[in-house]
Design a protein around this ligand. Structure first.
Ligand code: AMP
Ligand code: MN
Ligand code: MN
Ligand code: MN
Length: 294
């Protein structure tokens, strides 16, 4: 079957959060993969944005400012909201994200403390040593350390220690859905539900999330994402049609050789007949319509 790709990537990480590549490395990689439009969407931070914009100017790559905000929905469900076209100097956004990052350090101490209960010591220092920006400390860094230290097999740290219900998981109050959408839209950006199929919600629950999200001003949802199967893509495409949300695409790139399969800089073409977020962030429609062959 003929496969198409589009040179647009609206979700991607660097060492400013839990990605393995610096801003410069990830933008150069995206460019070499054929990107025409590349976003940077680090978790709960916009600190890489100005550097990314400069590098993209040098590379003649269209840059889209972004962020991925951690949200606690309905008391205990963790979801991620991507903001695109945000103003990284917006005071409310900068201050609120700084609070979320401070809470990451407190959470990291609790994660490490919980791991001592199963005889694992030194996790806080170990994970921190793998993290370039301490306040961005993430379960990803704990996962890498647990594997390096021999406590988990490669790719198994989450299911053994870090996923909800496991000893290293700890409850955290992230942003509310309403605030995350507000901070994004107040700063001039658009809000998008990240990788919806990863939450394993029933269709009813996902539609409930979407209903609230739209009421707060959210407009998009990722149809194409590394963690989505073909079936997931079709499922979320149908959700777009019934809900009126606009489709988005993102590699969610973190590192080479990860379980995520889409390379940074390009994405699979969307299923036919979907309205997209592209025109809202200045992406020319012909880029999409004439998706190149690969
Ligand atoms: P945190 O924001 O610190 O809770 O960490 C969440 C990050 O962990 C996500 O953004 C993913 O990059 C990563 N992650 C979540 N689940 C898994 C998993 N099952 N395997 C590997 N990485 C994961
Ligand atoms: Mn991540
Ligand atoms: Mn995410
Ligand atoms: Mn992400």
């Amino acid at each position: 079957m003929e496969k198409k790709f589009i040179p647009i990537d609206l979700h991607c990480h660097s060492t400013h959060s839990d990605g393995s590549l610096s801003v410069s490395e990830v933008m150069n990689l995206a460019k070499s993969n054929g990107a025409l439009y590349q976003a940077l969407t680090d978790h709960d931070t916009v600190e890489g944005i100005s550097e990314a914009r400069k590098i993209c100017q040098q590379l003649a790559l269209n840059f889209i400012s972004g962020v991925e905000i951690s949200v606690t929905w309905h008391h205990n469900t963790l979801i991620h909201i991507v903001g695109l076209g945000i103003d990284e100097n917006n005071q409310q956004l900068v201050e609120e994200l700084a609070k979320l990052r401070t809470s990451r350090i407190e959470r990291a101490k609790r994660i490490a403390h919980n791991l001592t209960k199963v005889g694992i010591h030194g996790a806080f220092e170990g994970a921190m040593a793998l993290c370039e920006h301490p306040e961005a400390i993430s379960r990803t860094h704990f996962g890498k350390w647990l594997v390096d230290a021999g406590h988990a097999k490669p790719g198994k740290a989450f299911e053994k220690f870090l996923a909800p219900g496991k000893v290293g998981y700890t409850q955290q109050s992230w942003a509310s859905l309403e605030n995350a959408v507000k901070w994004i839209t107040d700063s001039g950006g658009i809000a998008i539900i990240a990788h919806p199929s990863r939450y394993k919600f029933t269709r009813t629950k996902l539609l409930k999330l979407i209903d609230e999200f739209k009421n707060y001003g959210g407009i998009g949802i990722e149809v194409i994402s590394s963690s989505h199967s073909l079936q997931d893509e079709e499922n979320i495409a149908s959700i777009c049609r019934v809900s009126g949300l606009l489709a988005s695409v993102g590699s969610d790139f973190h590192q080479e050789e990860s379980y995520r399969t889409i390379r940074p800089g390009k994405n699979k073409a969307l299923p036919n007949g979907l309205d997209t977020v592209f025109s809202h962030i200045g992406i020319a429609p012909e880029i999409y319509t004439h998706g190149e062959q690969c």
